[in-house]
Design a binder for this molecule. Structure first.
Ligand code: ATP
Ligand code: MG
Length: 256
C-alpha cells in the first residue's frame, strides 16, 4: 500500500499537504501525529472513503482513488479496518457481529461461519462470548470483538485507527500483543494510527510522524529513539509548547 503526493483540504483547512508514504508488505507501520493532523483522514483515503484533491493511492497494482464504488467494495473485502469509534452493532450478539462480514462476503455455510467466528474470538482472547450481548462487555472486551470482526475475512491488510483509546495501560498492552500476534498468524500488513507512544514502540517495524499535513519523520523505532529533531522529541515526550498552553482557557479557581 502506498500514497503519493496526496493532498486533501476541507474548505480552507488544508489537512494533507503533499503526503507520500509507503507501507511495507507484511510489516507493521505506525502513523503518529498530534490530534487533528489528518491521521484518520489518511486512513479513509486508503479505503476510498475519502477521495483526494490530488495525488494517488495504490493497493498493490490497484489505483484506489480512481475506483468506482463497486471496485472499492471488492478491494475493501481484502482490507480489515478497526475504526476509531470501533462500533459494534448493539442489536446483534457478539457472534453475529463478528460473523457479519462473512454473511455479507463469503459463501461459508452457517456451521463453518460459526466455527470461524469461534476461532477468531478465541484468538483475540474473548472465547465464550459468542451469544453475549455486546452492551454487557467491558470496553477492552468490545475492542477485542471489533478486532475479531476486522480480521474475520482473513484480510491481507488491516488498518487500525486508535486501537487503544479509552483502555488502561495493561489492556493497551494486550491489544498491542494481539496486533503483533495477528500480524504473524495471518501474515498481515498492518497500519496502525495512534498517539499511544508506548504502543508504537512495542509494535512498530516502521514509524511515521505526521506534522502539518506532511511527513515530519519516518524510520525504525531505533531511529526515533535516537533522533535529535526537537519537534519529534517533543512529540514523543508529550511536551506542549508555550503557544499550545497559552491557547488554554483559564480554569476558575485554579488559575490566577
Ligand atoms: N469529513 C470532514 N469534513 C470536514 N473536515 C474534516 C472531515 N474529516 C476530517 N476533517 C478535518 O480534518 C482534520 C484532520 O482530522 P482527522 O480526523 O484526520 O484528525 P486525526 O489526526 O485523526 O485526529 P485525532 O488524533 O484526534 O483522531 C481536522 O481538522 C478535522 O476537523
Ligand atoms: Mg483520528
Amino acid at each position: 500500500m502506498r500514497v503519493a503526493n496526496l493532498r486533501k483540504a476541507f474548505g480552507s483547512n488544508r489537512v494533507l499537504r503533499d503526503l507520500s508514504l509507503s507501507f511495507p508488505r507484511g510489516g507493521t507501520t505506525v502513523v503518529m501525529g498530534p490530534s487533528g493532523c489528518g491521521k484518520s483522514v489518511l486512513l479513509k483515503h486508503l479505503i476510498g472513503l475519502l477521495r483526494p484533491d490530488a495525488g494517488e493511492v495504490w493497493h498493490e497494482d490497484i489505483r484506489i482513488d480512481r475506483l468506482s464504488e463497486s471496485g472499492l467494495g471488492r478491494v475493501r473485502r481484502q482490507i480489515g479496518f478497526l475504526f476509531q469509534q470501533g462500533a459494534l452493532f448493539d442489536s446483534m450478539s457478539v457472534g453475529d457481529n463478528v460473523g457479519f462480514p462473512l454473511r455479507e462476503h463469503s459463501e461459508l455455510s452457517p456451521e463453518d461461519r460459526r466455527q470461524r467466528v469461534e476461532r477468531m474470538l478465541h484468538m483475540v482472547g474473548v472465547p465464550d462470548t459468542y451469544d453475549k450481548d455486546p452492551a454487557t462487555l467491558s470496553g477492552g472486551q468490545r475492542k477485542r470483538v471489533a478486532l475479531a470482526r476486522a480480521v474475520v475475512l482473513e484480510p491481507d491488510l488491516i488498518l487500525y485507527d486508535e486501537p487503544t483509546t479509552g483502555l488502561d495501560p495493561i489492556r493497551s498492552d494486550i491489544i498491542g500483543e494481539l496486533i503483533t500476534r495477528l500480524q504473524r498468524a495471518l501474515e498481515l500488513t498492518s497500519i496502525v494510527v495512534t498517539h499511544d507512544i508506548q504502543l508504537s514502540f512495542r509494535i512498530a517495524d516502521r514509524m511515521v510522524l505526521l506534522h502539518e499535513g506532511r511527513v515530519r519523520m519516518q524510520g525504525t523505532p531505533e531511529e526515533f529513539r535516537q533522533t535529535d529533531d526537537p519537534e519529534v522529541r517533543r512529540f514523543l515526550e508529550g511536551r506542549a509548547t508555550r503557544d499550545e498552553l497559552a491557547g488554554l482557557e483559564p480554569v476558575e479557581g485554579v488559575d490566577e
